[in-house]
Design a protein around this ligand. Structure first.
Ligand SMILES: C[S@@+](CC[C@H](N)C(=O)[O-])C[C@H]1O[C@@H](n2cnc3c(N)ncnc32)[C@H](O)[C@@H]1O
Length: 240
Protein backbone atom coordinates (compact mmCIF):
# COMPACT_ATOMS: atom_id res chain seq x y z
CA UNK A 1 0.00 0.00 0.00
CA UNK A 2 2.77 2.40 1.03
CA UNK A 3 4.71 1.54 -2.14
CA UNK A 4 1.66 2.41 -4.22
CA UNK A 5 1.31 5.78 -2.52
CA UNK A 6 5.00 6.53 -3.16
CA UNK A 7 4.77 5.37 -6.77
CA UNK A 8 1.78 7.64 -7.38
CA UNK A 9 3.66 10.55 -5.86
CA UNK A 10 6.72 9.94 -8.04
CA UNK A 11 4.61 9.70 -11.22
CA UNK A 12 2.87 12.95 -10.30
CA UNK A 13 6.23 14.65 -9.69
CA UNK A 14 7.47 13.41 -13.07
CA UNK A 15 4.36 14.63 -14.89
CA UNK A 16 4.90 18.06 -13.39
CA UNK A 17 8.18 18.21 -15.30
CA UNK A 18 6.90 17.09 -18.69
CA UNK A 19 5.80 20.00 -20.89
CA UNK A 20 2.21 20.03 -22.13
CA UNK A 21 0.84 17.83 -19.33
CA UNK A 22 -1.83 19.48 -17.19
CA UNK A 23 0.38 18.91 -14.13
CA UNK A 24 3.20 20.86 -15.82
CA UNK A 25 0.86 23.71 -16.73
CA UNK A 26 -0.46 23.83 -13.17
CA UNK A 27 3.06 23.96 -11.73
CA UNK A 28 4.10 26.72 -14.11
CA UNK A 29 1.00 28.74 -13.29
CA UNK A 30 1.56 28.40 -9.54
CA UNK A 31 5.27 29.25 -9.80
CA UNK A 32 5.07 32.05 -12.36
CA UNK A 33 1.66 33.65 -12.12
CA UNK A 34 0.48 32.98 -8.58
CA UNK A 35 3.76 33.24 -6.65
CA UNK A 36 4.87 36.00 -9.03
CA UNK A 37 1.81 37.99 -7.96
CA UNK A 38 2.71 37.56 -4.26
CA UNK A 39 6.31 38.59 -4.93
CA UNK A 40 5.27 41.60 -7.01
CA UNK A 41 3.10 42.82 -4.13
CA UNK A 42 5.99 42.55 -1.70
CA UNK A 43 8.30 44.40 -4.08
CA UNK A 44 5.67 47.13 -4.41
CA UNK A 45 5.46 47.41 -0.64
CA UNK A 46 9.23 47.62 -0.09
CA UNK A 47 9.75 50.06 -2.97
CA UNK A 48 6.94 52.26 -1.62
CA UNK A 49 8.62 52.37 1.78
CA UNK A 50 11.96 53.22 0.16
CA UNK A 51 10.34 56.00 -1.84
CA UNK A 52 8.51 57.38 1.19
CA UNK A 53 11.58 57.37 3.42
CA UNK A 54 13.80 58.82 0.71
CA UNK A 55 11.46 61.68 -0.21
CA UNK A 56 10.95 62.59 3.46
CA UNK A 57 14.54 62.15 4.47
CA UNK A 58 16.22 62.07 6.80
CA UNK A 59 14.52 59.12 8.47
CA UNK A 60 17.27 57.28 10.25
CA UNK A 61 17.26 54.30 12.48
CA UNK A 62 16.55 50.61 12.51
CA UNK A 63 14.78 48.21 10.24
CA UNK A 64 13.14 46.05 12.93
CA UNK A 65 11.65 42.77 11.82
CA UNK A 66 9.49 40.61 14.11
CA UNK A 67 9.17 37.20 12.47
CA UNK A 68 12.11 36.38 10.24
CA UNK A 69 11.89 32.66 9.41
CA UNK A 70 13.59 32.04 6.02
CA UNK A 71 14.68 35.67 5.53
CA UNK A 72 12.45 36.33 2.53
CA UNK A 73 11.47 39.77 3.85
CA UNK A 74 14.86 40.51 5.44
CA UNK A 75 16.54 39.95 2.06
CA UNK A 76 13.95 42.20 0.39
CA UNK A 77 14.62 44.84 3.03
CA UNK A 78 18.33 44.66 2.32
CA UNK A 79 18.00 44.77 -1.47
CA UNK A 80 15.47 47.63 -1.42
CA UNK A 81 17.02 49.83 1.26
CA UNK A 82 20.78 49.26 1.04
CA UNK A 83 21.51 51.88 -1.64
CA UNK A 84 19.52 54.69 -0.04
CA UNK A 85 19.88 54.36 3.73
CA UNK A 86 22.39 53.32 6.36
CA UNK A 87 19.82 51.55 8.54
CA UNK A 88 20.78 48.71 10.87
CA UNK A 89 18.79 45.53 10.48
CA UNK A 90 17.44 43.66 13.50
CA UNK A 91 15.65 40.30 13.36
CA UNK A 92 13.61 39.29 16.40
CA UNK A 93 12.53 35.66 16.32
CA UNK A 94 12.32 32.58 18.51
CA UNK A 95 14.33 30.81 15.81
CA UNK A 96 12.31 27.84 17.05
CA UNK A 97 9.11 28.50 15.13
CA UNK A 98 5.69 29.43 16.49
CA UNK A 99 5.00 29.37 20.23
CA UNK A 100 2.17 27.42 21.90
CA UNK A 101 -1.01 28.38 20.09
CA UNK A 102 -3.44 29.89 22.57
CA UNK A 103 -7.22 29.68 22.17
CA UNK A 104 -7.57 33.11 20.56
CA UNK A 105 -5.08 32.15 17.80
CA UNK A 106 -6.32 28.65 17.11
CA UNK A 107 -6.68 28.00 13.38
CA UNK A 108 -5.76 24.93 11.32
CA UNK A 109 -2.70 26.56 9.72
CA UNK A 110 -0.89 27.43 12.97
CA UNK A 111 1.05 24.81 14.92
CA UNK A 112 3.61 25.08 17.68
CA UNK A 113 7.12 24.84 16.18
CA UNK A 114 5.95 25.49 12.62
CA UNK A 115 8.00 28.00 10.55
CA UNK A 116 11.25 27.25 12.34
CA UNK A 117 14.54 28.49 10.91
CA UNK A 118 17.61 28.14 13.10
CA UNK A 119 19.41 31.37 13.96
CA UNK A 120 22.67 30.29 12.27
CA UNK A 121 20.79 29.32 9.09
CA UNK A 122 18.99 32.68 9.04
CA UNK A 123 22.29 34.57 9.42
CA UNK A 124 23.87 32.46 6.67
CA UNK A 125 20.98 33.16 4.25
CA UNK A 126 21.06 36.91 4.91
CA UNK A 127 24.83 37.35 4.70
CA UNK A 128 24.91 35.20 1.56
CA UNK A 129 22.47 37.73 0.08
CA UNK A 130 25.11 40.40 0.66
CA UNK A 131 24.28 41.98 4.01
CA UNK A 132 27.50 42.62 5.96
CA UNK A 133 27.45 40.73 9.25
CA UNK A 134 27.98 43.96 11.22
CA UNK A 135 24.73 45.43 9.84
CA UNK A 136 22.64 42.51 11.14
CA UNK A 137 21.62 41.85 14.73
CA UNK A 138 19.53 38.85 15.75
CA UNK A 139 17.55 38.64 18.97
CA UNK A 140 16.61 35.08 19.78
CA UNK A 141 13.65 34.17 21.99
CA UNK A 142 9.90 34.11 22.35
CA UNK A 143 8.67 37.68 22.57
CA UNK A 144 6.93 37.39 25.93
CA UNK A 145 10.38 36.56 27.38
CA UNK A 146 12.84 38.35 25.09
CA UNK A 147 11.29 41.80 24.55
CA UNK A 148 12.25 43.30 27.90
CA UNK A 149 12.78 46.91 29.05
CA UNK A 150 16.51 46.07 29.33
CA UNK A 151 16.55 45.11 25.66
CA UNK A 152 14.81 48.38 24.78
CA UNK A 153 17.58 50.25 26.59
CA UNK A 154 20.22 48.37 24.59
CA UNK A 155 18.73 49.61 21.31
CA UNK A 156 17.69 53.13 22.38
CA UNK A 157 18.07 56.07 21.82
CA UNK A 158 18.12 55.28 18.11
CA UNK A 159 14.59 55.01 16.71
CA UNK A 160 12.98 52.77 14.12
CA UNK A 161 12.62 53.76 10.48
CA UNK A 162 10.62 50.62 9.67
CA UNK A 163 8.93 48.02 11.86
CA UNK A 164 7.98 44.90 9.93
CA UNK A 165 5.57 42.68 11.89
CA UNK A 166 5.33 39.17 10.45
CA UNK A 167 4.64 36.98 13.47
CA UNK A 168 1.12 35.89 12.48
CA UNK A 169 -0.54 35.63 15.91
CA UNK A 170 -2.39 38.01 18.21
CA UNK A 171 -0.48 36.72 21.24
CA UNK A 172 2.83 37.35 19.49
CA UNK A 173 1.94 40.83 18.21
CA UNK A 174 0.88 42.26 21.60
CA UNK A 175 4.39 42.21 23.16
CA UNK A 176 5.89 43.43 19.87
CA UNK A 177 3.75 46.58 19.91
CA UNK A 178 4.55 47.23 23.57
CA UNK A 179 8.25 46.89 22.74
CA UNK A 180 8.33 49.24 19.75
CA UNK A 181 6.50 52.08 21.52
CA UNK A 182 9.64 54.12 22.45
CA UNK A 183 11.17 53.50 19.03
CA UNK A 184 8.40 55.25 17.11
CA UNK A 185 9.26 58.58 15.52
CA UNK A 186 7.57 60.80 12.98
CA UNK A 187 7.76 58.80 9.77
CA UNK A 188 8.22 55.32 11.20
CA UNK A 189 6.49 52.88 8.87
CA UNK A 190 4.80 49.92 10.56
CA UNK A 191 3.87 46.98 8.34
CA UNK A 192 1.57 44.13 9.30
CA UNK A 193 2.34 41.30 6.92
CA UNK A 194 -0.53 39.11 8.14
CA UNK A 195 -3.29 41.72 8.19
CA UNK A 196 -5.75 39.43 6.41
CA UNK A 197 -4.98 36.23 8.29
CA UNK A 198 -7.90 34.92 10.33
CA UNK A 199 -10.11 35.75 7.32
CA UNK A 200 -9.54 39.46 7.90
CA UNK A 201 -11.46 39.33 11.21
CA UNK A 202 -10.69 42.53 13.20
CA UNK A 203 -11.11 40.60 16.48
CA UNK A 204 -8.18 38.32 15.69
CA UNK A 205 -4.50 38.32 14.86
CA UNK A 206 -2.42 41.39 14.13
CA UNK A 207 -5.53 43.50 13.49
CA UNK A 208 -6.81 42.95 17.01
CA UNK A 209 -3.43 43.69 18.60
CA UNK A 210 -3.10 46.89 16.56
CA UNK A 211 -6.59 48.19 17.41
CA UNK A 212 -5.97 47.52 21.10
CA UNK A 213 -2.61 49.29 20.91
CA UNK A 214 -4.13 52.35 19.20
CA UNK A 215 -6.95 52.50 21.76
CA UNK A 216 -4.52 52.24 24.68
CA UNK A 217 -2.21 54.91 23.20
CA UNK A 218 -4.51 57.65 21.85
CA UNK A 219 -1.67 60.20 21.96
CA UNK A 220 0.04 58.35 19.09
CA UNK A 221 -1.19 59.17 15.60
CA UNK A 222 -0.97 57.00 12.51
CA UNK A 223 -2.18 57.28 8.95
CA UNK A 224 -2.77 54.41 6.58
CA UNK A 225 -0.04 53.76 4.06
CA UNK A 226 0.34 51.07 1.37
CA UNK A 227 -1.84 48.00 1.52
CA UNK A 228 -1.67 44.83 -0.55
CA UNK A 229 -3.99 41.86 -0.63
CA UNK A 230 -2.06 40.50 2.39
CA UNK A 231 -0.43 43.38 4.23
CA UNK A 232 -1.38 46.75 5.69
CA UNK A 233 1.04 49.49 6.61
CA UNK A 234 0.81 52.71 8.61
CA UNK A 235 2.96 55.83 9.04
CA UNK A 236 3.45 57.27 12.49
CA UNK A 237 2.66 61.00 12.33
CA UNK A 238 2.83 61.70 16.07
CA UNK A 239 4.85 59.49 18.43
CA UNK A 240 3.02 60.62 21.57
C1 LIG B 1 5.56 33.80 8.75
S1 LIG B 1 7.08 33.54 9.56
C2 LIG B 1 8.01 34.96 9.08
C3 LIG B 1 8.39 34.94 7.62
C4 LIG B 1 9.55 35.85 7.28
N1 LIG B 1 9.23 37.26 7.44
C5 LIG B 1 10.04 35.61 5.88
O1 LIG B 1 9.74 36.43 5.01
O2 LIG B 1 10.72 34.59 5.63
C6 LIG B 1 6.67 33.87 11.24
C7 LIG B 1 7.86 33.90 12.18
O3 LIG B 1 7.44 34.45 13.42
C8 LIG B 1 8.12 33.83 14.49
N2 LIG B 1 7.30 34.00 15.70
C9 LIG B 1 5.95 33.95 15.78
N3 LIG B 1 5.54 34.17 17.05
C10 LIG B 1 6.66 34.38 17.78
C11 LIG B 1 6.90 34.68 19.15
N4 LIG B 1 5.90 34.79 20.03
N5 LIG B 1 8.18 34.86 19.57
C12 LIG B 1 9.20 34.76 18.68
N6 LIG B 1 9.05 34.47 17.35
C13 LIG B 1 7.79 34.29 16.91
C14 LIG B 1 8.28 32.38 14.02
O4 LIG B 1 9.38 31.76 14.64
C15 LIG B 1 8.48 32.54 12.50
O5 LIG B 1 9.84 32.58 12.18
Amino acid sequence: MLILVYAKKIVWQLLRRIPFTSQYRARRWVEDEYMGFAHQNLRHLFLSIARFAHINRPINGYYFEFGSHEARTMRLAWSHFRHLFSWDFVAFDSFAGLPDIEDIDKQAIWEKGKLETREEDFIRIVTKAGMPRNRLTTVKGFYDQSLTPQLQQQFLPKKAAVVYVDCDLYKSTVPVLQFIRPFLQIGTVIVFDDWNCFYGDPDHGERRAWHEFCEANPEFRFVKFVSTNEAQSFICTNPG
